[in-house]
Design a protein around this ligand. Structure first.
Ligand SMILES: *Cc1c(COP(=O)(O)O)cnc(C)c1O
Length: 435
């Protein structure tokens, strides 16, 4: 029998509900808090859409995906295919089977559109005219620009300055989708101006860009703020990935032994793995879960689990999460999407309960893994995605040593066709060998 090289689903197999892990967490999620003398929770209520906040605190296990959103998911190519990396398996000479879920097949090249679409949809329904946001590597800004354009909303993106300078093509593509892009810190906001006064060459950070985008939403009534990761409602939207993956693995008659995703703010990890982690919480699975982060921004592996702000300026409430401190500015590694100081509170709680293993990897090593993957499978992974691939290859090599025929599933969060500069610096030997 031919191997299952590619497992596809039809349009009507797009999930009908999002899965909300709040219903199944081993303990209730610690609530966000105000800092002394400030009311950030009120700010949150002003900055976000009602729908986003409702989903944020919901404990309903399944939340219905509006028909219009399901249709947009289909029009934008969902369900995404599951591929088997047979050539990589052969190259590694491993008895392990390696599967990868192709979120790179989204028109914007990553999983981010899964949350951009519903966030823009709910905003439009509530009469909002413009959405603001931050973007690190540019993936979220690209997805939100497209989603806003599909739903006839304006979009303003604050892009972390190092990424803005490293990735001019990202700004270009956001402009193509009709998004307005500013390098952050910028002169548009009070937060940005204050930082630029002290350091005109500040490289920026996700925390600062969040502060800038939120400041605008707090100032104008017809403007709302959106976040592309970290918050519960974003994790929720991303669970279309894992629910599709479940059906695909059933079709392939596979039980996953190891499941891997990279972790920046936690959304692709949550999306692909939460529906499977539910089974583990329920006692119905012994799958091993792995989250991989850069050693240059080791939130889960070196950070502490405590209340901290989501942004640099303290506009967001304090959330209990793994954090390196809200003023932490990660070295400028190419995986810009993994340079965040904090982590999804839901993912953090699961980590604290030992429900998955967090690992960190060095930049040189992940690019090496990404290139090996591209040379064998054809698809070029995003620098963020290479972290998951590195761990997948390590697990396949371990299986080779033990002779185990393990089934390894990698969430392939995005492609690297707009990150070629990072790959070039790998070949030129100019990659900053940060830690
Ligand atoms: C944004 C991004 C990430 C990191 O964000 P998460 O919220 O942790 O998923 C990873 N991979 C790609 C391709 C991204 O665009």
């Amino acid at each position: 029998m031919a191997k299952n090289f590619k497992i596809t689903l039809s349009s009507d197999e797009v999930p009908k509900n999002w899965y909300n892990i709040n219903a199944d967490l081993p303990e209730p999620l610690p609530k966000p808090k105000n800092s002394e003398g400030h009311d950030q929770i009120a700010a949150l209520e002003k900055a976000f859409t009602k729908a986003a906040l409702e989903q944020e605190f919901s404990t309903e296990r399944y939340i219905k995906i509006p028909n219009e959103v399901r249709e947009l998911y289909m029009q934008m190519g969902r369900p995404s295919p599951l591929f088997r990396a047979t050539r990589l398996e052969e190259k590694l000479n491993t008895p392990a089977k390696i599967y990868y879920k192709r979120e790179d097949t989204s028109p914007t090249g990553s999983h981010k559109l899964n949350s951009a679409i519903p966030q823009a949809y709910f905003a439009k329904k509530e009469g909002v005219e413009r959405l603001t946001t931050e973007t690190g590597a540019g993936q979220w800004g690209t997805a939100l620009s497209l989603a806003c354009n599909l739903l006839d909303l304006e979009c303003t993106v604050y892009m972390v300055r190092v990424s803005f300078n490293q990735k001019p093509d990202r700004k270009n593509i956001m402009n193509i989708y009709d998004g307005q892009v500013f390098a952050s810190p910028s002169n548009n906001t009070k937060v940005g101006r204050e930082i630029l006064e002290k350091d005109p060459d500040h490289p920026g950070s996700l925390g600062i860009a969040i502060s800038e985008a939120m400041e605008e939403a707090l100032e104008y009534d017809n403007v709302k703020y959106t976040l592309g990761s970290v918050l519960n409602h974003v994790m929720l939207h991303q669970t279309v990935i894992g629910q599709e993956l479940k059906v695909q693995l059933e079709k392939a008659e596979e039980e996953p032994d190891v499941m891997i995703a990279c972790t920046g703010g936690g959304s692709n990890f949550a999306g692909a793995l939460f529906p499977f982690i539910k089974d583990k919480i329920d006692g119905n699975s012994d799958t091993q879960f792995i989250g991989v982060e850069p050693s240059a921004c080791p939130t889960l592996t070196k950070g502490s689990y405590e209340y901290d702000f989501g942004d640099t300026n303290g506009f967001t409430p304090l959330m209990k999460m793994y954090t390196l401190g809200h003023d932490f500015v990660a070295p400028t590694v190419h995986a810009g999407g993994l340079r965040y100081h904090g982590m999804s509170p839901q993912v953090s709680l699961l980590a604290d309960h030992g429900l998955f293993e967090a690992r960190s990897a060095h930049q040189q090593d992940v690019f090496k893994a990404g290139i090996m993957f591209a040379r064998n499978e054809g698809v070029l992974p995003a620098p963020e995605t290479t972290h998951a691939i590195k761990a997948g290859i390590d697990e396949a090599l371990k299986a080779k040593e033990t002779g185990e025929e393990k089934t390894i599933v990698i969430n392939f969060s995005g492609h690297g066709m707009l990150d070629l500069k990072g790959y070039a610096s790998y070949f030129e030997g100019t990659m900053p060998n940060s830690k």
